[in-house]
Design a binder for this molecule. Structure first.
Ligand code: NAD
Ligand code: MG
Length: 394
């Protein structure tokens, strides 16, 4: 029986993972080791009972009492706090879903690699902040990382049977998010509610805003570079409003392999769950005649400073990714709280990177998890100061 753990089980990716596990026999067919959640303790307890997990962990230490009460009599152990999440990652499992949102997802996934299992990586922030470190750790322990981000799953699938040395370009598709058809002058006024109205994908709140600003795509460009080991200039971005082609790989003979399907994350999660096999998945089948046409357009860099900044981060590598991601998370917090405008997010990240420039000098092959966490911390402080100044000027 395969053993499974899910980090971030109460989130959008986590719940869709649970949906697939339930359809594949649930607790009868899997040994569920650890499930972790953030603040939604009722949901965490309910899922842990349904999957008969060995341990359920909530991120908030203050939630322990409630979690215990909700798990009473179930036989599921309860734990709380960041250290307990790390301990959960120390419990060996064959297949581990890394679906915590943000930089908080790095340490548990990194730790889980020690058991040489399969890490299904939805937490793109892990590769953005610590790509060289994470890939080296996986290689050291003989662990496998499988991509769950839809674009990277698409690329991974388009590479099956191919030699990475024959790849000329990787073309990431982007929906353009909720504001893609707004005139540039209006973007500065966009509200949280407007940026949340994603046309194609139903996702967590943070990644939905990041889609509208293309910070999500910026993270994914870096994720591509780190996961597949290609050069930055080989990674392209194209806006594809229908979100039916999930990404493409261009080979040196001019062929392009495109991966198509309904915009449903259960495809990418299921591919990582069943790999190397393809099993039946409950996703909609495309009716191409009804779709009629697919469209593409080049992204306008004036609208999306995030894409330009991603290039700078890749040129620098090392700890620049950790600073970029942390500054982006803080800028997003301030936008969500109404302190800064939509276009200010790019300004905050750019100013943070400039301010931290001298602190980012660590070589790729010498950086440690502690370096990454230190820069993350520093970048959050700086970005917070810059965002508050920006808010004062509005
Ligand atoms: P979400 O906000 O819906 O869920 C995040 C999960 O992490 C929840 O279980 C939450 O409780 C937990 N969490 C939040 N902060 C935490 C902390 N500090 N410590 C421990 N746990 C914490 O997010 P999501 O949309 O499911 O995204 C999860 C990850 O997957 C992100 O890295 C995201 O970029 C990536 N991803 C998501 C999608 C999608 O369709 N939702 C697609 C591609 C990639
Ligand atoms: Mg994606």
């Amino acid at each position: 029986m395969r053993s499974v753990s899910i980090f971030g089980v109460t989130g959008s990716i986590g719940e869709q993972t649970v949906d697939l596990l339930m359809r594949a026999g649930g607790a009868e067919a899997h040994r569920v080791v650890a499930l972790t959640g953030g603040r939604n303790i009722a949901r965490l307890a309910e899922t842990a009972r349904a999957l008969r997990a060995e341990v359920a962990v909530c991120a908030d230490p203050g939630g322990l009492e409630e979690l215990r009460a909700r798990l009473a009599g179930s036989g599921v152990e309860a734990a709380a706090g960041a250290a307990a999440i790390l301990e959960a990652a120390d419990r060996p499992a064959d297949w581990i879903m890394s679906a915590i949102v943000g930089a908080a997802g790095l340490a548990p996934g990194f730790r889980a690699l020690r058991h040489a299992g399969t890490l299904a990586l939805a937490n793109k922030e892990s590769l953005v902040t610590a790509g060289p470190l994470l890939m080296a750790e996986a290689a050291r322990h003989g662990a496998r990382i499988l991509p769950v981000d839809s674009e990277h799953s698409a690329i991974f699938q388009a590479l099956v049977g191919e030699d990475i040395a024959t790849v000329e370009r990787i073309i990431l598709t982007a929906s353009g998010g909720a504001l893609r058809d707004w005139p540039l002058e209006r973007l500065a006024q966009a509200t949280v509610a407007e940026a949340l109205a994603h046309p194609n994908w139903a996702m967590g709140k943070r990644i939905t805003i990041d889609s509208a600003s293309m910070f999500n795509k910026a993270l994914e460009v870096i994720e591509t570079r780190e996961f597949f080991g290609v050069a930055p200039e080989q990674v392209e971005v194209i806006i594809h409003p229908e979100s039916l082609i999930h990404s493409m790989v261009g080979y040196r003979d001019g062929a392009i392999m495109a991966h198509m399907g309904a915009p449903d994350m259960r495809h990418s999660i299921g591919y990582a769950l069943n790999w190397p096999e393809r099993s039946h998945l409950p996703v909609a089948r495309l009716d191409l005649a009804a779709i009629g046409q697919l469209t593409f357009r080049a992204p306008d860099l004036a609208r999306y400073p995030a894409l330009r900044l991603a290039r700078e981060v890749m040129a620098r590598r090392g700890l620049a990714g950790a600073a970029f991601n942390a500054a982006k998370e803080i800028a997003l917090d301030h936008f969500l709280a109404g302190g800064i405008g939509f276009m200010d997010m790019g300004r905050v990240v750019e100013a943070t990177l400039a301010a931290l420039d001298p602190d980012l000098g660590r070589e790729n092959d010498r950086m440690t998890l502690e370096d990454v966490q230190a820069v993350d911390h520093l970048a959050r402080q700086r970005a917070g100061e810059i965002a508050r100044r920006q808010a004062g000027e509005r």
